[in-house]
Design a protein around this ligand. Structure first.
Ligand SMILES: [Zn+2]
Length: 483
């Protein structure tokens, strides 16, 4: 049994040896995703898809609670539409996949497979919005997206991926700006509460903003290897798309005005974030709120366990299901208990319940935490409440651990020497002054591989001098090597 367990764990490269290989090993062994016959495209396997469904529900709840509704727009975008907003098309052109043939006929106009949907939403909004009374329009869609990528990595960057994209239109600039920030706050809350993943929320620099946007905001998380992950973005589009697509309405004063629009999205990239923010050398550690199985029950296979232990385990399962816990009873006979322990550890199940003949005599079970590996006996009486409280404790513990890790890996740099020294190795976030010039930003990237992640709210007008050129700083920014 011990040998089996060891063999299991050695199939995963330790994080300290090669984080990137650890990541792909975990994805393969935990059966989250697999490479497909199409280059750059992955198959999301049931276990990861179940995580995605839980994430969808948690986000969708928040969108609906703030007045948004869901709809579905077409996958294909006529070339002429994509060309209407100059910056937008320029930004996305290198990544667009085109359909040129339908059946056995060449198409008169090429169709893009959506790299994002601003232009098709914009076209429809121009039809639907006539008067200030038609505003705001607050629509989200859950969809797939195609962006032709040269280098891909499961969940983090794939040619096709799943996401949600919200597209809203407003009467005033202020309303649109508030919407952009409201969504960013929802993303932060979602990330921290559901994924136990602390994030820095702030504004992107000009060179990192969305193609066609006036302003882009992001949430940035720190992964276990000290790299940052952009986990969600929210764009204030000003009137750029309204002008390009003619989204006009009659205002309260009867004048014709352009609408103010926003767009925002998070994707299956979040799954990659959860893997890298919490996992360890034994595999995944899933936050209970997005774990497909919050609890797995493993009956100890001794003697005639199927007659003695299994019925008790089934009763425990039913009791937990009744209390709203997502629980799996692993009653497979073909695997030993030890093998099951190792497998569910690898797949990150927050709590394992072990039940053996001696536990039944004492009317107890053993609870094993994935995050701390603590094992404690618990009475069958009040077990459901006990388990629910434990899941909350684990959720909080994972957040606290990730927050502590970020704190330990966030440094303030006061000189270029200090900045470059920190950026060697596993830097995490480095806070530094920035003069606002794209040139300094580009030089920093060339020389250290670090990019300006965002300028946190309240960071404007702070810092003494630009870390690169020494001129007065316009903001204090977060820099990091990023995915
Ligand atoms: Zn500078």
């Amino acid at each position: 049994m011990a040998d089996k367990k060891d063999a299991f764990v050695t199939e995963i490269t330790p994080q300290s040896e090669d984080f990137s290989r650890w990541y792909t090993d975990v994805i393969r062994r935990a059966e989250l995703a697999d490479y497909s016959p199409v280059k750059g495209c992955m198959v999301i396997r049931p276990y990861a898809y179940a995580m995605w469904e839980l994430m969808q529900q948690a986000l969708d709840r928040r969108f609906k609670a703030t007045g948004h509704v869901n709809a579905y727009f077409p996958l294909f975008i006529p070339e002429s539409l994509l060309r209407k907003e100059a910056e937008h098309v320029e930004g996305f052109a290198p990544q667009v996949a085109w359909v040129t043939r339908g059946g056995d006929e060449d198409l008169e106009e090429k169709l893009a497979i959506r790299p994002t949907s601003e232009v098709i939403f914009g076209t429809m909004y121009a039809k639907w919005i006539q008067s200030w009374r038609d505003l705001p329009v607050l629509i989200n869609q859950w969809a797939n997206i195609v962006r032709w990528e040269k280098v891909t990595r499961p969940f983090l960057r794939t040619t096709e991926f799943l996401w949600q994209e919200g597209h809203t239109a407003h009467e005033t600039e202020q309303e649109a700006q508030e919407e952009t920030r409201r969504i960013l706050a929802i993303y932060k809350d979602f990330s921290e509460v559901e994924l136990a993943m602390p994030v820095i929320d702030g504004q992107k620099s000009e060179s990192e903003k969305f193609a066609g946007a006036s302003r882009t905001y992001s949430i940035e998380a720190l992964m276990g290897d000290g790299r940052a992950l952009q986990a969600g973005t929210s764009h204030f589009l000003g009137q750029n798309f309204a002008r390009a697509f003619d989204i006009k309405f009659q205002g309260r004063d009867k004048s014709l005005q352009y609408a103010w629009t926003t767009s925002w999205g998070v994707s299956t990239r979040m799954i990659g974030g959860v893997i890298m923010a919490h996992g360890d050398d034994s595999g995944l550690i899933l936050p209970p709120r997005v774990a497909p199985h919050q609890v797995v029950i493993v009956p100890i296979q001794r003697g005639n366990w199927q007659e003695t232990v299994l019925p008790v385990a089934a009763r425990v399962r039913d009791m937990l299901v009744g209390a709203g816990v997502r629980v799996l009873l692993d009653e497979r006979d073909a695997y030993t208990s030890g093998w099951k322990f190792a497998e569910w550890e690898l797949r990150g199940v927050p709590v394992r319940i072990e039940i053996g003949p001696r536990d039944i005599e004492k009317s107890q079970v053993v609870l094993a935490r994935r995050d701390t590996r603590e094992k404690t006996p618990a009475s069958m009486d009040g077990l459901a409440e006990h388990v629910r409280a434990l899941l909350d404790t684990i959720q909080q513990a994972l957040y606290d651990r990730a927050a502590r890790f970020r704190e330990e890996h966030t440094t303030r740099a006061d000189s270029w020497e200090e900045f470059t020294r920190i950026m060697e190795g596993r830097p995490g976030f480095v806070i530094a002054g920035w003069c606002g010039s794209a040139e300094c930003e580009a030089q920093i990237k060339t020389e250290t591989q670090a990019t300006l992640r965002n300028i946190p709210f309240g960071g404007e007008g702070r810092g003494r001098a630009c870390i690169k050129c020494g001129r007065p700083s316009v903001a204090e920014a977060y820099f990091a090597k990023a995915y």
